[in-house]
Design a protein around this ligand. Structure first.
Ligand SMILES: [Zn+2]
Length: 524
């Protein structure tokens, strides 16, 4: 009986705490973080540093303990940009012909070696989709040595309707281009070139072209295997190169999709690269706050709540506006994180496990801040009970549905369903698993290490709004996505953010109070 009454007391307490989270308290954070003063919270820029300082101050004021190194709230995330300089050359030769590729028109890319220059003249090997997946009996590198060579491949994965083979229609991590480069480096390739096609990439060349400006990378440890060049070529350029070996894009894509595919040299084709890079170090920070758990033993384990604070900074002007404010993306999630942290820190007694509140940097550069945190966590990854991530919430009021792709992969899904029900929400399934959304959010940085992790996303079934409202809102968001027009306005309705901050808080505290540490997940 004592245990039962403790539960009732703690449930009541949980509700009282949860109701302290209010939209009116979320609003001022969003207003400040997305103001022109912060200049779009660019990574390595002054506006970004101001944002990190603000969040750290909020964590301190809320009573969180410093969760980063040396008793501070700021975890340094060492990044580096590698910009391809004018005059750099990439060409393919074969059968006495040379194709000189044009930067941005024919190819884009960078160097992962992070040095000032790279030069190579190496044999080209076609490796299909570049996948080594023993659990699916698939190895595109079987029987071939690509050390020092240039691997050529397609992104995505063999098509499947069978859930037991590359997860059916859903994209697995093996299909992501990031994986292709990681595997090519593990195999010892000198360089890797992806042939772009719109169906395999799920986006057009213009997206890659726009990424021609240098993207930050995590600074590499010395001696770590790295590609001297990691790039993409257009379908057209790829076709011209393959033609030198008597092949076509269509035929090779078909071969890559077929069971029993074998990698082979592109007969007589060599790639010659001569690159100069401008290498620049960037200093940026994850903001880490800690609320220790109340149970001496379980306090050594923790729930980690995350939201990325960074956005795109100052960039190309659109309608005279150069500041990419990133109000929705993601000052909303950051503001919710601050308020969840405040409610958690003022709870007495605290949940059994500890909680880390982490505002991560460099999400927009490819989940780098969360990746760095998961690789350098303040506690071992196997002690992280779960990661809940919050990214981009609409300012249009309450909804009846929530999307939590990957929640069904956890051993505490029954708990998730219970909390969802109590909050009068319905779990909606990811309707486009083929685009691999699960791998494109910060929670995935934790899932890579087997940590049960998913993002909490508000749905689109709005309370008390006319038919067609969701479609209208969706259009508006798509138009301002990653544009200077993603700005705060005084007519923003914060009740939906209040709803999901309360929901995330309830979910987090209940996971923190679970009797057993949740099972590890397989995140591929
Ligand atoms: Zn974004």
């Amino acid at each position: 009986m004592r245990f039962a009454s403790f539960l009732i007391v703690s449930m009541g307490l949980l509700h009282a705490q949860m109701n302290q989270i209010e939209g009116a308290k979320i609003r001022p954070h969003v207003k400040f973080l997305s103001s022109d003063l912060l200049e779009g919270r660019g990574v390595g820029a002054r506006g970004g540093q101001l944002a990190a300082s603000y969040i750290a101050a909020q964590f301190e004021a809320a009573g969180l303990k410093p969760g980063a190194e040396n008793g501070t709230y700021l975890q340094p995330v060492p990044l580096r940009t590698v910009e391809v300089l004018a005059g750099s050359q990439l060409s393919a030769t074969g059968g006495g012909n040379t194709i000189a590729l044009k930067w941005l028109d024919d190819f884009v890319g960078t160097s992962h070696a992070q040095t000032g220059q790279a030069a190579f003249d190496a044999e080209a090997v076609f490796v299909g989709h570049g996948i080594v997946a023993p659990e699916y009996g698939w190895n595109d590198y079987a029987g071939i040595d690509v050390k020092g060579k240039v691997v050529v491949m397609f992104t995505n994965e063999p098509p499947s309707d069978d859930p037991a083979f590359f997860a059916g229609k859903a994209l697995t991590y093996y299909g992501r281009w990031t994986y292709k480069y990681e595997e090519a480096a593990r195999q010892g390739a000198k360089a890797a070139i992806l042939i772009h096609t719109t169906p395999t990439a799920s986006y057009g060349w213009q997206v890659l072209r726009a990424n021609g400006r240098p993207q930050p990378q995590i600074r590499r440890a010395e001696g770590e295997p790295a590609l001297a060049f990691a790039g993409w070529v257009t379908t057209d350029a790829g076709g011209r190169i393959l033609a030198m070996a008597g092949k076509t894009v269509e035929a090779l894509l078909k071969a890559a999709d077929t069971k029993g595919f074998r990698a082979s040299a592109l007969a007589g084709v060599r790639f010659k690269g001569d690159f100069r890079f401008a290498v620049k170090d960037i200093e940026t920070h994850n903001v880490v706050g800690l609320v220790p758990g109340s149970d001496p033993k379980l306090a050594q384990e923790a729930v980690v709540l995350t939201a990325h604070w960074d956005h795109l900074g100052i960039g190309e002007p659109v309608n005279g506006d150069r500041i990419y404010n990133g109000a929705l993306d993601n000052s909303t999630g950051t503001a919710m994180l601050i308020e969840m942290a405040r409610a958690w820190a003022s709870m007495e007694p605290k949940p059994l496990r500890s909680a880390y509140f982490v505002a991560v940097t460099a999400e927009e550069s490819g989940l780098l801040g969360s990746r760095y945190f998961a690789e350098h966590p303040p506690l071992p990854a196997e002690k992280i009970a779960a990661n809940l991530n919050f990214d981009s919430f609409g300012p249009h009021g309450k909804v009846k549905d929530v999307i939590m792709t990957g929640a069904d992969r956890t051993s505490f899904f029954a708990l998730v369903e219970g909390v969802t029900k109590r909050h009068q929400l319905t779990i909606k399934i990811d309707t486009h698993p083929e685009t691999g959304g699960y791998f494109r959010s910060d929670h995935y940085s934790f899932a890579r290490f087997g940590v049960p992790a998913f993002s909490v996303n508000g749905g689109s079934d709005y309370v008390g709004k006319p038919a067609g409202f969701a479609a209208e809102v969706g259009k508006k968001h798509a138009a301002s996505y990653h544009q200077p027009s993603d700005e705060y306005a005084d007519d923003w309705d914060f009740s939906g953010m209040e709803q999901f901050a309360r929901f995330g808080f309830a979910l987090g505290t209940e996971i923190a109070n679970l009797e057993k540490l949740p099972e590890r997940i397989n995140a591929k």
